[in-house]
Each structure stands twice: as C-alpha cells, then as structure tokens.
Write a protein that binds this ligand. Sequence first.
Ligand code: CAA
Length: 299
Amino acid sequence: KRPVAAPDKDLARTVTKVGVIGAGLMASQFALLFLRRLQVPVLITDVDQARVDKGLASIHEEIEKLEGKGRIDSDTAHRLRALVHGTTDKGEYADCDLVIEAVFEETAVKQQVFAEIERIVSRDTVLATNTSSLSVEEIGSVLEHPDRLVGFHFFNPVAVMPLVEVVRTPQASEEALATAFVVAKDLRKNAIGSADAPGFIVNRLLAKVMGEAARALDEGTPLATVERAFAPLGLPMTPFQLIDLVGWKVAAHVQDTMASHFPDRFHASENLHALAELDQALEKDKGGRVTGWTKQAQK
Ligand code: CAA
C-alpha cells in the first residue's frame, strides 16, 4: 500500500478545553501534559470522587515538582492548578474540543465510554483513544460519527517520551487527524501516522523484544540472565525493566493481542501471564512488586 499523506494542518480544530477520561496514572500524566503545554482548561473524570481526588492530588504533586525543579515559575504553577478540574459528572465534557480516554484496555469498556461521551459533546468534538494495541476502528464502531475518532497513542513516561502515534482508521476525518497532529506538535511531541494495524508501529517492535525475553523464561532461562545479557547494549531499559514500566498486565495483554493476530510471529508467554498475575497480587505492597526482581537482576 502507498503511504497516506499527512492531513492539512489548517483543517485542525482549535482546542480550547481538553477532556481526559479516567483519573488513573496514565490519565493524570495526560492531564498534566495538556495543562502544561496547551495551558487550556483540562477536565478529568472517573467513576467515583475518591479516584478523581487521587488523580487531582497526583497532578498537583507533579506541578509542585516542576516548580521545585524551576521548570515553571510559581505564577504558572498557580495557573495550571486553576486550569485542572476533576468531577464525576461527565456532562462537563460538553464544551471540550478534544476528549482522550485512558480507561481499561478492553474494547467493550472503551466503546461504552465513547458512546456515552458522544451523546454529551458537540458534533465537532474530536475523540481520541490511547489504546496501545486494540483496533481503533472496532472501538469507534459504536459511534454515530466514527469519523471523529483517532488513535492517539502515547508512551510511558508520557512527560518524557517524545513520540506519539496518530492512528488513522478508514473512517477518520481529515479534521480529526489534523487536530491530533497539531495538538501533538503543541505538546512538543513527534507525531507519526500509523495505520490501524495490530500493535500499530512501535508496540509491534517492542512486543518482539518483550516477547522474546518472556520466551527465554518459558525456555528455562532465569530472568536475571536475560537482564544481564541485555544490559551491556546500553539501551535505557532492559526488556523486563521495560515490561515493569509499562505494567506486566499491559505487556501480557499486548503479547496476547499480537499473538492472536500474528500467531506465526508472536508468542503468548505463560510465564509473562504468571508474572502479571503475581504483580497484580502484590500491587499494594510496592516493595514486593516484580520490580524488585528486575532491580536485583541488574546487580
Ligand atoms: N514520570 C514522569 N517523569 C519521569 C518518569 C515518570 N514515570 N520517569 C522519569 N521521569 C523524568 C524524570 O523526572 C527526569 O526529569 P527531569 O530531567 O525533569 O529531572 C527525566 O525523566 C529523566 O529521569 P531519570 O534521570 O530519573 O532517569 P533516566 O535517565 O534513567 O530515564 C527514562 C528514565 C526516561 C524512563 C528512561 O529509562 C527511558 O527512556 N526508558 C525507556 C522508556 C520506554 O522505552 N518507554 C516506552 C514504553 S512502551 C509504551 O509505553 C507503549 C505501550 O503502549 C505499552
């Protein structure tokens, strides 16, 4: 297939208010990025007030850190704190020009959220999903206007990683795509266009590294040996550190998605699933997390 040309940036919608769906770790990182770079009102919502408050607290904490490091002055810190708002009332998305979701990585969950939001926002609002490997077209299939949905896939840690994938479904409008590209530039990210293919571009590559590391475990190689073999390459992170960063559950999910689409090329690791379950069980006790093992493996 011939590559598709980037959309005309003049078609981009002006973004004067951003909605982030969810108030978890990823959602708080998005909210902070949008606040800091666009300096427009940012709304976060979640299913209960406790989660919203936790998300807001983490955003305020990060603003304080930025101020402490001298990255922003106190006036800006004050302004950013005033621009972020959290609620459980989804009705407040009504005047958002762009709404991005960072909810559970399951097609049905994302579909339900977007179907609800579409009834609230205006016809011009662009919707974006941060899915890392699900089909954007399938997520958008429940929408009355699927042309407004794009994939907007950021990488962890959102504040630091310079890349974002803008995912084009066959239905995506040039306006929605142009908005994503222009917003990405304003966020000071490098945007690349991707087809709506499993794993898009980057996760397909990363899943190979993570998957082969997990396969080594399945073959009986100790985790520490895999880490020691990889460390001298000098990349910022070894495979299991990377898995730990993105989350064991997310990494196992990405592997499953890739293995189901490309069974001849990807491998769904039993050990990766076992470790993901263990990590979840130990989640509350940070010291006991699988993280500790990867750190030990580095010594
Ligand atoms: N959140 C916010 N900021 C963070 C952070 C986090 N989780 N982790 C690090 N940072 C910031 C630090 O605050 C620091 O910022 P300042 O310069 O303002 O002080 C900066 O990043 C560098 O941090 P450190 O010096 O502590 O650490 P480092 O030099 O070891 O870098 C790293 C840390 C940037 C995470 C680096 O290890 C790295 O690039 N790792 C690879 C990350 C990667 O490949 N991510 C992609 C994951 S795949 C994915 O996300 C896709 C998916 O869908 C699954």
